[in-house]
Each structure stands twice: as C-alpha cells, then as structure tokens.
Design a protein around this ligand. Sequence first.
Ligand code: FE
Length: 240
Amino acid sequence: MPKSQDSVGRRGFLRTTATGAAGIVAGGTPGLGPTRLVPDQSAVPSDLTLRVKALESLLVDKGLVDPAALDRIVDAFETKIGPRNGARVVARAWIDPAYKKRLLADAATAMEELGFHRHQGEDIVALENTAKVHNMVVCTLCSCYPWPLLGLPPVWYKSAPYRSRAVIDPRGVLKEFGLDIGTDVAVRVWDSTSEVRYIVLPERPAGSEGLSEDALAALVTRDAMLGTARVTLTATEVRG
Ligand code: FE
C-alpha cells in the first residue's frame, strides 16, 4: 500500500476507532457478534488491533508520543526493512570467514557492522546450518521474529499450526515446505522470545563459488533464514 494512503488509513482509523468501539458496546445485543452490531462496518478490526489503536490514541492524546514518529517507524518496517537485510548478512558470512566467525559468536554486534541495528534491545543469535545440522526458527508463544534483519513476519510464521507443529513434528513441517531432511541430519528447533531472536545461516549452495557478494545475497530467501527452505542457485518464491 502506498505510504500516503496507508498514513491516511491509520490516522483515519484512529479518529473513528473510539466511535466504532462505542457503537459496538452501546448497540450490544446478547448472542450477536460485534460485526452484526455495526452494520456500516463490513469488517470490524480484531480485538488486538482495537487495543493497539486505543493505546496509540491515548499516548498521542497525552503528548507522550509523536504521531509522525510512529508513522515513520511503521513505514520503516512495512517498506524499508525486509529480508534483504538478513540476506546481506548471510552473503557476507559466506564470503568472509572472519565475519562468519564474528556472526556466530555475537550476531547482534556483527549485523551492526553492516548497519543493521537492534530496535528494542533484543539479542539476536545466528544458527549455522551444515551437512549434519538443520536449524529452524519458531515462536511458540506468539510471533517473536528478527525484525531488523527480516522485516515483517510472514502469515504462516504467526499461525497456530506452525507454532505448535514446528516443535511436535519439525521434520513433518519441513517436508510440507518441500524440505526432506535426512535421518542423518539433526533438526534443531529454536523458540524465539522477546529477549532472543534467531536467524539461520543457511548452507551456501554448491556451484556458487564464482558469484559476487551481491549475487549471493540475491539468492538468499526469507524462508531460508528461518530454516524452512534451502538456498538454491535460483531464488525461490517467498510464501506470504
Ligand atoms: Fe513471540
């Protein structure tokens, strides 16, 4: 969505949220869902969305946050920060053994070398995939994700089936992503938290020896950095 249109939408929604929420409460009829109580709204936002918007409205009204600053932060995550940040980190690690060593020892500091900074103080750990170990990332509790490196999380990452099944049957889940992990390869599942996020350092594909750092980065997909895909010489489509 274009930035200007999005900004108008967010601000417009902020102005109407209180009215809409009040209408849901005031017009309440036992046994009916909220969407049926507000006939002019075809899609009532989720409870979580309403709570976030109400909190934002309160902070703005009290002068504790600048709405323009909030819009800039949201725009950065929606349009400027994405999987390409993580892909650049991976490509650098592939071509520079010393950087790879620093990345695996202290990923948060190593990514700052490339200009990617933590936004909320969370730690980030890089997990190396090898011929003997395959790492995959999940957040069983909610949707904790390495935003500075990968941008917004995909829908499937936040879904209940992935969050539960990734730890119960990781090989089965990986198979559904098209990854058949041999029994001689250990599968390690890492549960993200608000304090620690993870990024997978995928195996460099065979045949990529002559490629430049930029060309290598172009091959690295978001899913590969979550451990649900391999990197191949042909970049694969990213699931939403
Ligand atoms: Fe979480």
